[in-house]
Write a protein that binds this ligand. Structure first.
Ligand SMILES: [Zn+2]
Length: 787
């Protein structure tokens, strides 16, 4: 029995190989299913092979106390900060690196030296001014460091390298020690609209007021980690931040009629708000609908008056990686609470009259919906407030983010403006989870926060409005990008600064990948559990890509290395082609061949056809005493036949009765077989990225059925596979990927509507106890083809 099976298997393997070599002269077995292995870092006591933080996981911490003043006339921000840096690493530190992001705007200290540009055919005055500025005298922007001292007042030496500053310690900072120091600084606030960047002012000529977004504004400590050491790659304006968690105590002195929105909770609303505003704030904390804390009328009045007094606002934030704020007398402010795990989170929005009709209606509601939905897919939102600010951009910080979406002058707005506004609010609020809480290194991997965030943004948009026209997330929306020539594609695993197609590569493709994992490869149950586990493990910590890849497998029991390899490390698109369809019916009335009586010879001794070197050396080795008979000196490994131990008579024969292993079908089985339709589908992988094969069958009666074949079908042959199906009804059409869920770039080869005439194969019953043989061990479709 075993021998027969082996022979049959051999035959199919050999014939299969021969056929494939004809079709594809190159290898059918590449590395698409090989484990990532050494591509991932070696697990250690800081990061385990399961993707979780290890027993000796550590991270640094820095607490900040900052006092600053916004001078509206001079457009200058002046600050004094005290840093309390905790060395939780096992290493002795002799210096601390800080980020001076405002140097991005300095034409002396900037890191923006690497962009190529060419002579334009047309140029605006703004572009010309910018070009001139790049080569002109010091434009005065960037951080001016006034002093850096320890707490005894001793000056600390420091070195500025473009957007990075190294502060040298007077005595080495040992593991477990902390170090307090003080930095006094100021910078000229840039015009964000003309100079670009994430923070600055926007001037409104109609009313003569500015809207300030104060971001990346204080010298911020770099991350020192087990996987990178100091993350001190320059800020070029693109790759965002790697930041350490800590507590913040910030007081900002601003014009008295400004409204300040900020990371953290305000400790002195009673001093900075009017009694009426304070009462409305109290009311908002218990409201079911957003309540205007500062009204449109109040904001419009403030725009005209322009106070010359100042007020100081005081905020505190615990366990955040950054701190940002906004200030303007233009702000209308509304709020309402959202319960998360039984705790009230104040959801609030700040916007000028230019965005009133949209933001008043949707912003705070979208904030509440976002933190509720993200909490369900990741971890419960842990902070006391979540805020959306209209600032004609899109940028995220802990508990506060800046968004766009202004109406026409009369308050009307287009569908595109509304959907854009909702999308950006959900996206930027969503960033609270990635990377503000799950604190990945943005400067290295944009996709780790943008991709994961865009994915949950998509889920959140769907749950906001089931018909929301999401631009990123659905597989079919990435097809145009994946269709580009290979020279224009780059792996998701590309460093932030090196990416050319930033939006598709860092946002859409990773988000789509996660969506494919959830809907197509893993299923919602396994995916949702594993994704939540990643967020739970790495909340308030610093994960790397390997920690995500490993956790998704560890928590789901799915080996996804092929997917990470193809979708994250590779650039191949998905294009599965349905190349041919074979149809067969069963012939159930075939006659059984009669049993045969066969005379056989006794087997001749089996001798290898080639004498390998080990056999030759054993024969020749006179020192092999162990195998030599000590009495006679005869060597024991003489061939047994030669020594007559196994007599062989070439003339001896014996007779066997060879019956076919099959018999006629029972009437019931005949009925069952005769009614079935048999299909063989042949596929080829034209795109290169392996994927599950999703087949939609349309039957003659108009009904449809879906079969899902896992991607592992491509394991033994990455280029072509065939699959045999038994159907109860006659098929009239076949379509691959009917829900467009795999980002297949060519759908023209997914459809088969002309069914060939069926061939016939003989069907028999297997004889009880008989050896499984020819008719059952082979492919009936192949037999049918041979006719
Ligand atoms: Zn983003």
């Amino acid at each position: 029995m075993r021998k027969l099976l082996f022979a049959a298997a051999c035959f199919w393997a050999v014939s299969g190989q021969a056929q494939d070599i004809q079709n594809n002269p190159t290898s059918n077995h590449g590395n698409k299913f090989e484990q990532l292995g050494t591509i991932l870092p070696t697990p250690n006591e800081y990061r385990t092979a399961s993707g979780a933080p290890g027993p000796k996981y550590w991270q640094q911490r820095c607490d900040y106390v900052i006092r600053c003043t916004l001078d509206e006339k001079a457009q200058q921000l002046t600050g004094s900060e005290t840093l309390n840096y905790f060395n939780n690493s096992p290493d002795v530190l002799t210096y601390i690196w800080l980020q001076l992001d405002e140097n991005e705007h300095s034409n002396k200290d900037n890191a923006n030296y690497q962009d190529q540009n060419v002579m334009p055919a047309m140029m605006t005055d703004r572009a010309l001014a910018k070009m001139e500025d790049q080569n002109g005298p010091d434009n005065g922007y960037g951080h001016k460091i006034r002093s850096i001292t320890d707490m005894t007042g001793k000056t600390l030496p420091y070195t500025v390298n473009k957007t990075m500053m190294r502060v040298d310690l007077l005595t080495p900072l040992k593991p477990g020690q902390r170090f307090q120091f003080k930095i006094d600084w100021s910078y000229k606030i840039p015009d964000r609209i003309t100079l670009g960047g994430r923070g600055g002012y926007e001037f409104f000529p109609e009313d003569g007021n500015s809207l300030y977004t104060i971001t990346q504004w204080y010298p911020r400590v770099c991350v020192y980690s087990d996987f990178q050491g100091w993350q001190n790659h320059q800020f070029t304006g693109r790759g965002e931040f790697a930041l350490t968690f800590g507590d913040f105590d910030v007081q900002m002195t601003v014009p008295a009629d400004h409204i300040v929105g900020s990371t953290g909770e305000c400790l002195n609303y009673a001093q900075v708000l009017t009694p009426a505003q304070l009462a409305r704030y109290q009311q908002a904390t218990n409201a079911k609908e957003p309540v205007e804390i500062v009204t449109l009328a109040e904001a419009t009045a403030a725009e005209q008056r322009k106070s010359s007094q100042t007020k100081t606002w005081h905020f505190k934030a615990g366990n955040v990686r950054d701190f940002a704020w906004t200030s303007s007398r233009k702000y209308i402010w509304d709020g309402m609470p959202q319960l998360i795990n039984g705790k009230k989170v104040m959801c609030m929005s700040f916007y000028g009259k230019e965005a009133y009709a949209l933001y008043r209606k949707f912003s705070t509601r979208a904030v509440a919906h976002t933190i509720k939905t993200y909490s369900a897919f990741t971890i419960p939102y842990p902070y006391p407030v979540a805020q959306s600010v209209e600032a004609a951009n899109g940028m995220e910080y802990p508990m506060i983010c800046f968004n766009y979406g202004r109406t026409e002058k009369d308050g009307t707005y287009s569908e595109a403006t509304k959907n854009g506004m909702l999308g950006v609010v959900i996206h930027e609020v969503g960033h609270n989870f990635f990377p503000m809480i799950v604190n990945s290194d943005e400067r290295q991997w944009t996709w780790m926060d943008e991709g994961l965030n865009t994915f949950v943004q998509y889920l959140t948009e769907e749950l906001w409005d089931n018909k929301f026209p999401s631009k990123r997330g659905p597989a079919w929306t990435i097809v145009d990008y994946m269709k580009l020539p290979k020279t224009q594609l780059e792996p998701i695993m590309t460093n932030s600064e090196n990416i050319v197609q930033f939006g598709p590569n860092a946002y859409a493709k990773p988000a789509t990948g996660l969506n494919i994992l959830r809907e197509t490869i893993m299923g919602r149950n396994l995916f949702d559990f594993a994704f939540k586990e990643y967020a739970r493990r790495w909340a308030f910590k610093h994960p790397t890509p390997a920690d995500l890849f490993r956790t998704m497998e560890d928590a789901s029991g799915e080996d996804l290395d092929w997917f990470w390899r193809g979708w994250f490390y590779g650039i191949n698109p998905v294009d599965i082609s349905l190349d041919s369809v074979k149809v067969a019916r069963a012939d159930v009335n075939g006659t059984i061949p009669p049993a045969k009586s066969i005379t056989k010879k006794v087997d001749a001794p089996m001798v290898p056809e080639f004498d390998d070197i080990s056999k030759i050396r054993n024969r020749e080795d006179r020192n092999l005493r162990f195998y030599t008979d000590t009495d006679t000196g005869a060597r024991d490994f003489y061939w047994h036949y030669a020594r007559g131990q196994e007599p062989y008579d070439a003339a001896k024969t014996f007779t066997v009765e060879e019956a076919p292993g099959v018999e006629a079908l029972t009437p019931e089985a005949k009925q069952r077989f005769a009614d079935k339709y048999f299909y063989e589908l042949d596929f080829s992988n034209k795109g290169g990225m392996v994927m599950p094969i999703i087949i939609e069958w349309t039957f003659k009666d108009g009904t449809r059925q879906i079969d899902r074949i896992p991607a592992q079908i491509w394991r033994h042959n990455e280029n072509t596979v065939s699959k045999f199906f038994v159907k109860d009804k006659e098929v009239t059409g076949i379509r691959l990927d009917p829900f467009r869920e795999t980002a297949d770039i060519d759908e023209s080869n997914n459809v088969w509507n002309q069914m060939p005439a069926p061939t016939r194969f003989k069907a028999f019953a297997q004889k009880t106890g008989a050896a499984r043989g020819q008719s059952t061990g082979s492919n009936p479709m192949q037999q049918a083809q041979k006719k």
